[in-house]
Design a protein around this ligand. Sequence first.
Ligand SMILES: Nc1ncnc2c1ncn2[C@@H]1O[C@H](COP(=O)(O)OP(=O)(O)O)[C@@H](O)[C@H]1O
Ligand SMILES: [Mg+2]
Length: 396
Amino acid sequence: MDPVRNPYAPGAGQRPPELAGRDEQLRAFDVVLERIARGRPERSLVLTGLRGVGKTVLLNALRSAAVRRSWGTGKLEARPDQSLRRPLSGALHQAVRELGHPDADHVLGVIRSFAEREAGHDAKLRERWSPGIDAPAVRGRADSGDVEIDLVELMTDVGGLAADLGRGVAVFIDEMQDLGPADVSALCAACHEVSQSGLPVIVVGAGLPHLPAVLSASKSYSERLFSYQRIDRLTRAEADRALGAPAAEEDAAYDDDALAAMYDATGGYPYFIQAYGKTVWDLAPRSPITAADVAVGAPEAERELAVGFFGSRYERATPGERDYLRAMADAAPAEDPDNSVGDVATADVASVLGKKPQSLSPARDSLLKKGLIYSAERGRIAFTVPHFGRYLRRHG
Ligand SMILES: Nc1ncnc2c1ncn2[C@@H]1O[C@H](COP(=O)(O)OP(=O)(O)O)[C@@H](O)[C@H]1O
Ligand SMILES: [Mg+2]
């Protein structure tokens, strides 16, 4: 069918033509915004899930919801080995600009001083690290060097500014599991503090399934700060809507068998839905799309996923790490051969490889750091990418 009218959008963070199955989270977030704006205590949302389930696009949708309520918003993506100071300053700078308070110079100066602290006494670095903030730095505020103290001061000042306008500020943090331990702990402490003062500032996070464990290892009260929302594959009905609604917009449709075949192939994972949807559309001769069209398109979709979605990640692993990944796939339980839901015991991986578990720790730690696997529970690991086990068995 006409590729120009192809509605599907495979790709990290690509806004889907139809955001299916996320009404519950959107509704919950509206309640959070309303309550916090009224000075009531409320836990913020943290979205967790595997890669490709739609955390980033949902985070962006939540941000839009905050913007619609005239909140100031900013977003950052955490990176391993990168301090929170600069990206958070950038996000808060944006949020304060969106608030448009006529008298924001003091708060902007505090953001600047928070950002510049990282550069220490290097004047040139300081200059580079406060891009775009015109206000002079406010020395002695948010620049002690203790990130927890500084963050509390910073968020308190930003919250005061928003409260002054009867609005709020929301900071969105993607890939939150990649924050360093000191930053995680400071962030929890600051959220705790502003929520106790009834200030309208929230942090909304998204990350891999072990993010709740990362947060609670840092501060035991984190469970009371955040409401964890597991973002998962779509149900059959939701997946049908994700495919069918955008097609209908283009006066096209799927027949029932085609939808069943699509669900079979995609497992309801949003990334796969977009990828298969896109390829099958292009190859199908006409509407309605049939199961036969899906059968023709599927190998091509799978080839593209093997390169773009799976291969790009597999290539980040060293040969030793690849052996480890393959052993994980081989250790998968019979009832979940694709490792799509379950995890495996590290001891089983070691026995597949015929090695001592300790000797495999470097490979495992490096894979954890690269975000290819995660551990939600001691002694167990899982792929961060759905269907990765299947990919490894077919292409290994
Ligand atoms: N609710 C949804 N319905 C349909 N497609 C979705 C949905 N959520 C995400 N997608 C699609 O899935 C893909 C991955 O989304 P993304 O937000 O990058 O996932 P994640 O951040 O969890 O890795 C994108 O192509 C996006 O368009
Ligand atoms: Mg993402």
